[in-house]
Design a protein around this ligand. Structure first.
Ligand code: DGL
Length: 267
């Protein structure tokens, strides 16, 4: 039976729009709703306790729309608070397992890198999953703390000396470890793809948000085939500035306005 309920996508900020872009392309007939906790981003440098609290509020907000499924595009929430998004009967997909699976398939030399936020790396979630599904793969994990503010400032272009220097510094341990595959385990990092490709020639780059979107597709009952899916955006800060900031992550113009929501107030 056709199921026109929306798919909900969560991120701590706007980076998860990269997953919305991937979903909109994969399933153009699905309604998508997005909540970016832009008033409280970043999550990736916070304690697990705070990440759990923020995530539980976001999950309750998203569930109030009766979605048929949920994508936790935020690497930090996927690793530190995935259980808060799991509601009976509503499949929830985070970024960890889909990206680890793809990396395990992609590697030829059995050496994979992971770059994610400090909070994500601290959980050990990626190595746990890798240990379970591909125990012979050696995972080199590093945090890329300065890359989120870099991307938020729009400093993502080749030729930007600060961006190139930071990416080179964060890539050095992966070059040293000889990885042939790197998981970009944070929503923001795929925007730096060109710089990563230059710093790590020949290394396969795995976009965790896009992998989560692809994994979800197999789990849902589809919407009616010939409809055009609607997009709805919610943020917890600066709804007016949303379309300009969001265009960078979605890689196209956004015509839908964002709606403001204060989770501390409503939950
Ligand atoms: N969305 C976060 C992630 O993917 C990055 C931004 C943050 O630190 O909140 O881990």
């Amino acid at each position: 039976m056709d199921d026109n309920r929306p798919i909900a996508v969560f991120d701590s900020g706007l980076g998860g729009l990269t997953a919305v872009g991937a979903l909109a392309e994969l399933c153009p007939n699905e309604d998508l709703m997005y909540f970016g906790d832009t008033g409280r981003v970043p999550y990736g440098t916070r304690s697990r306790r705070t990440i759990l609290r923020f995530s539980a509020q976001a999950a309750r907000f998203l569930q109030s729309f009766g979605p048929k499924a949920l994508v936790v595009a935020c690497g930090t929430a996927s690793t530190a608070a995935m259980e808060t998004f799991e509601y009976p009967g509503v499949p929830a997909v985070g970024v960890v397992e889909p990206s680890v699976r793809r990396a395990a398939e992609a590697t030829r030399n059995g050496r994979v890198g992971l770059l994610a936020t400090p909070a994500s790396v601290r959980t050990g979630a990626y190595s746990d999953v890798m240990g379970r599904i591909a125990p012979s793969v050696r995972l080199t994990e590093r945090e890329g703390r300065l890359l989120v503010p870099l991307v938020e400032a729009g400093r993502v272009s080749p030729g930007d000396r600060v961006a190139e220097a930071l990416v080179a510094e964060y890539c050095a341990p992966f070059l040293q470890a000889g990885v042939d595959t790197l998981i970009l385990g944070c929503t923001h990092y795929p925007l730096l793809n060109t710089l990563f490709a230059a710093a790590l020639p020949g290394v396969a780059l795995i976009d965790a948000g896009a992998e989560a979107a692809a994994a979800l597709r197999g789990l849902i009952s589809r919407a009616e085939p010939n409809r055009i899916g609607k997009l709805r955006f919610f943020v917890s800060d600066d709804a007016e500035g949303f379309s300009e900031q969001a265009a960078m992550f979605l890689r196209r113009r956004i015509t839908e306005p964002a709606e403001f929501v204060d989770l501390e107030e409503i939950l």
